[in-house]
Design a binder for this molecule. Sequence first.
Ligand code: FAD
Length: 613
Amino acid sequence: PRRPKADFIQSPRRIYTRSIPSHLEQPQAKEVAKVLEFPVASMLPPEAFTVLRKSFDARKSQKEPKFVYTVELDVEKLLNLEPRTWDFISRLEPKIGLIEHTPRERVVGDLVSIIHDNKKINHDGFAGENGHCSSLSSYRFPVTKKTKVAVVGSGPAGLFATLVLEEFGVDVTLIERGQPVEKRGGDIGALVVRKILQSESNFCFGEGGAGTWSDGKLVTRIGRNSGSVLSVMKTLVRFGAPESILIDGKPHLGTDRLIPLLRNFRQHLQDLGVNIRFGTRVDDLIVENGHVVGLNVSDSSGRLQFSSEKLGFDAVVLAVGHSARDVYQMLLSHNMELIPKDFAVGLRVEHPQELINIIQYSKLANEVRNGRGKIPVADYKVVEYVQGDGNNVPFTSQRSCYSFCMCPGGQVVVTSINPSELCINGMSFSRRASKWANAALAVTVSPKDFNALNFHGPLAGVEFQREFEQRAATMGGGNFVVPVQTVKDFMNNKLSATTIPSSSYRLGVKAANLHELFPIHITEALQHSISTFDQELPGFISNDALLHGVETRTSSPVQIPRNPDTFESTSLRGLYPVGEGAGYAGGIVSAAVDGMHAGFALAKRLDLYEDDI
Ligand code: FAD
C-alpha cells in the first residue's frame, strides 16, 4: 500500500488544491471527490477538505453559470481513515498516496493576535510575505520612553498603521480632518438630500476615509492569498466583517457593514490608548534640520476648543488619500519631491441591474431576487486596449480602457469636496439591492496627456483632474447636477433627448454632450472600447444605459517618493507617506496593507523589534 512517507506526513502542508464546480451553495463531498478523482466519494471525510475560495462563474465560455469552490484536501486527515480503508483507496487510485504537495504557510492571524502572540512567544515567527509580518524575531518590550507618532488620516492606510504602531507600544495620535462615522453620516445625508456640502466631512473626508460610503469591495490586485492581505482581512473580521470575506472570490462589505466595523476599530484603538482627534486638519509640517518634528493643526469642524495648535512628534505617518490636494501643495512648500504619475479618467456608466443580470446569467437572472437570491447580483469586468493616438493626437503609446469600481445594486454618488469641481464614484449597501448597476469606464492617462493641456510640474495630474471636474460642473449647470448622456447617444455623438432614463444619482442629472468633456483621443478610446464591451456583454449599448460625467479620481495623480525598506520619505526625514494619496495603493485592501507595512517598518526603525524586512 502506498502510504505517504514519514517526512511527507510530518510537515504541515497544503496537499491538493482544485476548483470544484457546483450548482449548490456548499460543495458536496461527492463533487469534491469527483474532481479530485478520489475513488470512493463516500470515503472522503468532509473534514478532510476545506473551502478556500467561493466564487460564481458566469463567464460566457461556460455552458451555464455555476459556483466554483477552491478546496484544499489534507492528506493528514485522510490518514485518520482506518488503515484498511486507506489501503483500499491507494490501490484503486495510487495518485492519492503520492499527492503533490506544497508547504502550507502557518496560519496567519489578524494583526492584533499576530502582535500579541509575538509578544508572548518572543522568538517564534508567523507566516506572511515580504517579511513585514513574517518574523518578529526579537521583540523588545517594554519601551521606556514612549515614542510619539502622528498618523494623519483615518482611511484604511492610517487605521492599519495606527493599529500596528499602538500595538507595539508607540504613543499614537490619529489626526483626521473629517468627522466620526456617526456625524459624517449626517453630513453625507445633508449633501445627498439638501445639497449642503461640508468641505471637511463628505464622501472623501472622515472616519474610514474615502472607502467608507463605498461598495466596500475587498478585491485587490496585490495577491489575494498573501499573508499580508489575509492579515488585513482577518483584522476586518475581528472588527465585525463577516467571515465569508475570507473565502468569497469577490468579497465586499457595503456601507452598512463598514460603519459598525469602523466603530469597533475605533473602540479598539481608543482602548489601547490612541488619541483620536477628529475635526482636526493638518495644515503644515514643522521641520527642523530636514527632519519633521511636529505638525500645525487647525479645527476643521468649527466646533473645537482651539483654532490652531502646534504639536510635537518623533515621526509622522502621512495617510491623507488622494483628494487632499491642499496637502500636496503644502508638501511642495517644503521642497519635497512629488512625481506626477499615470492614472485614469472617464465616465461612470449606469445600467438597470436587471439588464446586467440578464446579460450575465440569461435565464438564471430570476434567481438573483434583488440581492436575496441564491446567486450574487451580477457584475462585470471589461477591458480593452486602444492605440493612444486616436485620429488626431500625436500619442503613440497604448492605452487601456477598463471598467473600474463596479458597483452592482449600487448608486452613483458625488465625491466632490468643492462645489466648483464635480466628480463622482459609486457605492452600495451589503445586499446590493438597488435597481441600478454602475461602473467607471476609465481610460489611462500619463504625464504626456497633462503636458498636452499645458499642465506641467509635479501637480500637473492634479490640474488635469481639476480641469475636467470644472468642465463637468459647468456642463451640469452647478449645484452638483451631473451631465449625462445615454450610451447610444454618446456612441452617435448626439445630445440625449430631455427624457433620459432614470439615474440612481440623487442630486440631479442634466442631458449634455459628453463629447465636449475630454480631449478627442479619450472620447474616441471610450467609444471604441464601449463598442467592444457590447460584443462581450450584448446589450451594454442601450437606451437605458446612462453615462455620467466625470470620473477623475481613480487613483493618485502623484507619487511621494519613499525608501522602499524604511518607508521614510526620500526628501524629509521623519515623514512616512503611505496609502493611496502617496501613490502606493489603489483600493481599500491595498491601502490597508501599505499602512500595515509602514507600521511595521516604522516600529522597526524605532527599534521596537528586529526583523529582516
Ligand atoms: P483615504 O481613504 O482617502 O483616507 C485619507 C484620510 O485622510 C481621509 O479620511 C481624510 O479625511 C484624511 N485627511 C486628508 N487630509 C488630511 C489633513 N490635512 N489632516 C487630517 N486628515 C486628513 N476601494 C475599494 O477597494 N473598494 C471599493 O468598493 C471602493 N469604493 C469606493 C467608493 C467611493 C465613493 C470612493 C470615493 C472610493 C472608493 N474606493 C474603493 C477607493 C478607496 O476608498 C481608497 O482606495 C482608499 O480609501 C484609500 O485609502 P487611504 O487610507 O490611502 O486614503
